[in-house]
Every structure is written in C-alpha cells, then in structure tokens.
Write a protein that binds this ligand. Structure first.
Ligand code: SAM
Length: 370
C-alpha cells in the first residue's frame, strides 16, 4: 500500500522532458557536434511558410507579401509570367514555368508544378498574419512548415497523374497536391475517421466545392498497410507521409505526446508500422511510378533504416523492386531556404536551424522498376 501511495504521488516527468532526454542520447550520437544547434532551434519558435491558394483571388496579395519582405521560395529562380494580380490565377494562365530559356533552368530539379509558397529570408523571424478570405470566402494561403512541401514537390506530379496520399490528415500536403492542378484522380486516405474530418474541413475552406466533391477526389479511411493488396500497381504517384515521433511537437507540447509513458509500446512499434506503410505504398505504385517516403523526425531508425528495410521486404515478399532517386538537384535548388543535414545515405533531411527554423523533414524518393 505504501509503495502504491508513493508511486501515485511521485511527480510525473513531463513527456517533453522524456523526449528531449531520448533525443539527447540518440541524436547526440547521430549528429555529434551539430546536435546542440539543432536542439536549440527545435526548442525555439518554428518558422512558417504561406502556401498560396491558387483557388483564391485576393487582389494584390503577392505584392503585399513581397512588400513585407517574403518571397516565393519554390518559384523564385524560375521564369513565371506572374503579372501583378492576386493569387487567383489558375494553371494555364501564366503560372507554368517557362522551360529551357536559360542554362540555369535546364538544371532545375523535377518538381510538381504550380506550387507557390512564401517565406521570410534566412535570419528573418517575421510572422505571417492569418490568411484573408477572398470575396467568395476562400482563404488566400495556408500556413505550414515550409519544409513539409518538399515531399510534395519531390513527388514530381505530372499532368493526368493518379495519386494516392496514404496518410493524409490533417491535410497540408493534400492541399499542396491539389494546388498542382495536374492530378486526374486523387485518393486521400487516413486510418483515422476524426482526422479525416479535419482534412475535409481544410479542403472545404480552401477549395471550390467542385474540386473536392467530384469524382476527382476520393476520401477513404482504410488502414494504409492494406493498400498494397487492395490496389497493386495502380497509382502514378504515392505519398507515404507516415506517423512518426514528430520531434518538434514532442519537445514542445504535452498534449498528444508520443513520449508519454502509456504510449511507449506505440512508439516502439513505429518503425515496423512505417515499414509496412511504405511497402504498401511501393506495391500500390505502378511500375515506372514514384513513391515518396517522408517523416518529421530526425531519427535514422524511422528514416533511412525504414527505407532500407521496406526495400528488402518489398523485394523478398512482394516481388516489388524500387530504386532510390537522387535528390541532390532538389537540395541544391533549395539550399538558400533550408538547412540540410550533411549527405544522408538515402534521401534528404532538413534540420532545424535558428536562421531557418523549418523541419525536421526527411524525404526519400523511390521509383518502382518492377
Ligand atoms: N500528410 C499529413 C499532412 O501533411 O498534413 C500528415 C500525416 S501525419 C504525419 C501521419 C498520419 O498517419 C496521421 O494522420 C495518422 O492518423 C495516420 N496514420 C497512422 N496510422 C495509419 C495507418 N495504419 N494507415 C493510414 N494512416 C495512418
């Protein structure tokens, strides 16, 4: 009885402290001298980007953002026929990059089109105001960690593609995918019904009804691990943005923290779940198509090691072969906006830094060959 009383009154260690301790041990080893600067950045205010909503039309919005010192980190360096109007111009109306006009442009990485996102430059910690609605009530931009757009850009969506967003909630990347205006059929999936409701609400606030309510967007709440068998060799592009230890959230917020003692088992099972989700994504991709794996953790165990393990499982158990694609061109293109970790064995890792406090975001692009 005495022991129980003692245990019940023992001050509980906050989950954020447990997370930080875990990271100090693991990332101290993984990053060496780099870890203290990543650590301090993760404990400071994160930076946002404003994903421009191509379906909204707030006159003068882009000029206003530029006037405040923000710039479009995706499209700068590309020749766009941007004009002076609001954000409401849709693809085909001057938003597509003019190709091959300079040598620099021919070296551009392959990226999903028509995505625009404004950020303040390195070292500038200004914040964006909440987005204004246009005359129809559609919000003009969506605030998100700008690094979380890299997986969508690297997915390299092209005109007419079918796309599966396997773990979609709360829907930031889904919204970015729809900005491309290139997708013929988008399947938006998340295992959680309540979280899918959040995706619905987001899409409703940002997109005209005809975009998300027709046959072009399907919403499903199926365990992502089942998609490989359910839709083998189906999609041109599959985004596998898995549940992870969400490192920045874990060191900052007690609520819904995966480092809480009662969630220890769930946390330990993450790499196995991530592997199964990625294998399913590989299987659902058609040969020649692309599957993009991403997380918001620095953990090698949840990043590169999951990719390696999934490649083995896909090959040995499903007869599916994928090859890792080089993201070097993407890294070079965006090095003035993000801090990238020194070369990974596989994929690309954005690390938080006080001058560019985005991430963590890990991404690895895989092409199915068989
Ligand atoms: N892609 C989202 C975005 O950009 O807003 C973030 C995805 S979040 C990192 C991971 C999501 O995976 C959570 O919404 C969670 O509900 C979902 N999830 C967890 N287990 C899953 C499973 N077995 N199948 C499908 N989704 C799952």
């Amino acid at each position: 009885k005495k022991v129980c009383l003692w245990a019940a009154t023992l001050p509980r260690i906050p989950a954020t402290s447990l997370a930080l301790h875990n990271f100090d041990v693991n990332y101290g080893l993984q990053f060496g001298d780099l870890w203290p600067s990543v650590r301090v950045a993760m404990l400071c205010e994160q930076k946002y980007g404003a994903l421009i909503n191509n379906f909204s039309d707030v006159p003068g919005l882009l000029s206003e953002l530029r006037f405040k010192g923000a710039r479009d980190f995706v499209q700068s360096g590309r020749s766009l026929g941007e004009g002076t109007g609001g954000a409401g111009r849709l693809p085909g109306e001057g938003l597509t990059p003019a190709t091959g006009s300079t040598e620099e442009e021919s070296m551009l990485p392959e990226m999903s089109p028509n995505i625009r996102c404004f950020v303040f430059p390195k070292g500038d910690i200004a914040r964006f105001k909440p987005a204004r609605p246009d005359s129809c009530g559609t919000l003009s931009y969506y605030l998100l960690d700008a690094a979380s757009l890299l997986p969508v850009l690297a997915l390299d969506v092209r005109e007419g593609h079918t796309v599966l967003d396997l773990c979609a909630a709360p829907g930031g990347k889904t919204l970015a995918l729809l900005q491309t205006h290139a997708i013929s059929q988008l399947t938006v999936n998340d295992v959680s019904e309540s979280r899918m409701n959040r995706v619905r609400r987001t899409l409703q606030s940002y997109l005209p009804r005809e975009v998300w309510s027709g046959n072009r967007v399907a919403m499903t709440t199926i365990d992502g691990q089942l998609w490989g068998e359910m839709a083998r060799s189906t999609f041109d592009r599959v985004l596998v943005d898995v549940p992870c230890t969400t490192d920045r959230h874990s060191v900052m917020e007690e609520e819904n923290n995966i480092f809480k003692k009662m969630r220890t088992k769930e946390r330990q099972k993450l790499p196995a779940l991530q592997t199964q989700l990625l294998v399913a994504g590989m299987e659902a991709t058609r040969p020649g198509g692309v599957v993009l794996y991403s997380t918001c953790t620095l953990s090698q165990l949840q990043n590169e090691m999951v990719v390696e393990q999934a490649m083995h499982v896909a090959q040995d158990e499903r007869g599916v072969t994928v090859e890792v694609e080089d993201l070097g061109p993407l890294e070079r293109h965006f090095e003035s906006t993000f801090h990238f970790a020194p070369r990974q064995r596989l994929g690309l890792l954005v690390i938080p830094h006080l001058t560019a406090n985005f991430g963590p975001t890990y991404l690895c692009k895989l092409r199915r060959v068989r």
